[in-house]
Design a protein around this ligand. Structure first.
Ligand SMILES: [Mn+2]
Length: 286
């Protein structure tokens, strides 16, 4: 009997927002041992991508093709999460964006959603740490965790609760906007829209309880990497550790961590960035 892939510890690489930068994504995969020609992933590697595959950069259609091919050929090794930009194509438009994917790419996004290949959350377990890592596009705010998920007390239950909303009567909760849409700060902003400096980090820092998991998110950052400027109000964001080479920020909230990994690709790819790699981990919910 072979061991199911999800039970075998290996590298789990979490990729931030891609924003149409197909070559940057491919280079990141090759750096982790993917075949430079076919991009076939090495057997010990699982990728979790946090969504926002498209727009801004030069080759959104190429990104969708790349991901569709890897997900078809190695379905156990690629977990694709939904961002607010994917949501533009899922019948719930909430913001204006000047670019539009070509029809065939839109059909791929809809096929992923219809077949539940597009997820909202994943949970990763690292040996020796009792708390799991919850991975979503924008992060799970304390308010959304409390009011819309019913205070799940671990990351696996939180990930399952979020994914259970896909296709459910309450699916629209997942797209609950925040300050980036409404210009009004909401500590219950949803996992597609929460702003890290204004909503995600303050929602947990200001709560008198322990966050029951670690988190990884993309979507927004505590630093404008192009200028190095910190974003948000310092007394609400608190202290954090920026890594300008990886383009990651780490905030410690009590005993838990929140790691932001949006590299901030624009029209051009970020000059430096890395995925977050857990060297010995398992995807335990997806
Ligand atoms: Mn986003």
């Amino acid at each position: 009997m072979s061991t199911p892939p999800e039970a075998r510890p290996g590298r789990v690489a979490v990729f931030g927002d891609v924003g149409g930068q197909r070559d940057a994504l491919a280079a990141g995969l090759v750096a982790l041992g993917a075949d430079p020609g076919t991009l076939t992933l090495p057997a010990d590697l699982t990728v979790v991508q946090v969504g926002d595959l498209m727009h801004r950069g030069p080759d959104s259609a190429g990104v969708i093709d790349l991901v569709d091919r890897v997900m078809t050929e190695q379905p156990d090794q690629w977990v694709q999460l939904t961002g607010n930009h994917e949501a533009l194509y899922l019948g719930l438009p909430q913001f204006h964006w000047p670019e539009r994917l070509p029809g065939p790419s839109r059909e791929v996004i809809n096929r992923w959603w219809g077949t539940q290949r597009l997820r909202v959350a994943a949970a990763v377990q690292v040996p020796g740490d009792a708390a799991a890592w919850l991975i979503t596009h924008a992060g799970l705010t304390q308010g959304f965790w409390r009011h819309f998920l019913g205070l799940p007390d671990d990351g696996v239950t939180a990930a399952r609760g979020l994914n259970r909303l896909i296709g459910n009567l309450h699916e629209k909760w997942l797209f609950r906007p925040g300050v980036m849409v409404t210009e009004s700060i909401d500590l219950s902003a949803g996992p597609m829209w929460a702003s890290a400096p204004d909503e995600l980090i303050p929602s947990w820092r200001e709560a008198a309880l322990q966050m029951p998991f670690h988190q990884v998110h993309g979507h927004s950052s505590l630093v404008d990497w192009s200028t190095g400027r910190a974003l948000g109000l310092p007394d609400r964001v608190g202290r954090f550790t920026p890594d300008p080479v990886l383009r990651h920020t780490t905030t410690t909230v009590g005993e838990r961590r929140i790691v932001g990994i949006d590299p901030g690709h624009g029209r051009r790819p970020a000059p430096v960035w890395e995925p977050l790699v857990f060297p010995d981990a398992r995807v335990v919910a997806r």
